[in-house]
Design a protein. Sequence first.
Length: 353
Amino acid sequence: MSRKFQLSVFLFKRLEDYGVSPDAVLSHAGLHSSLLREQRIQVTTSELFALWRSIYTVSADPAIGMKLGQEHRVERYDAIAIAALCARDFADSLARMARYKKLTCPENLEIERAGDECSLRFEWLATDDPEPEQLVDFCFTWILSIARRGSGGAINPVRLRLVRPAQHRKLLTTHFGCPVEFGASRNTMVFRAADMSRPFQTHNSELLSLLAPALEKEVAEVEAQRALPEMVKQVVQKRLAGGRPTWQDVGRELLMSPRTVQRRLSENGASFQGIVQEVRYGLACQYLLHSPLELSEVAYLLGFEDTNSFVRAFHSWEGMPPGEWREARRLSTFPPYADNAANQYRPAKCQQN
């Protein structure tokens, strides 16, 4: 997935506040300085991680993530931070942060209550790479700054669990105001469950009633956009038999112009050709393993011009002809297709074709 997320311009303004050159950071990260002149700065998850690694390298400051995560100038608060501050209590604030944060960052905020504690952690989307340590510090500091400002300084974490090896313990302990554990399985900040119901002194229902509808609208648009690839897959699957669906077919089915479908798929890091191949691969394996259909019939149902075209395509996916693959699967001790690949496509292979 190469979906892009909007980056706050205030991040670069805060870098300048701490004497760190945004141009130098972008250059070190392999990003063009023209990003700073764009009205909406958008980056992928990998670009975001590269940016934060570069922020540390250029600044040479182990506290840079914590410094950037706290904003003392209210005029620099974005709509998400303001909405979080206007919430009724800490639980309401966290729920709004978790819901609205997806508008600006490729992450999910996971909130888990267990006994008398409540744990917070981030799940980063579209990457298996470990998140940069300074980005972890930034995210946890951002949440803690909202909690402290909203509660008048009454909320502090119980402990902080970090994946990284032990380093800068005193710096982290002083900043977060709690013990820090290193070598954890996941980066987690733990609060008292009782703090969840602590009311916010900054609660402003009138201002929240103005901000929330606009943010909810944006969230709905983002969620609809993320669901588009699956919707396109459903249309493609329905129209495959005997022919190959086109952009026009999908557009008519989804009540969108073909250009809009293409643009939104691209924004999600998907392609129409890739989706067609994903669907064909998934259905091909199901037909071969769970039906008595001849290869010519499977080829027809998948929209191939002839059997030879299907055989070539399948060979590129699995490295062997479909008939040979079917026989090998039926005679081997491999797990049934329905237990693994039937429930998920293989985009990496399929999009090459």
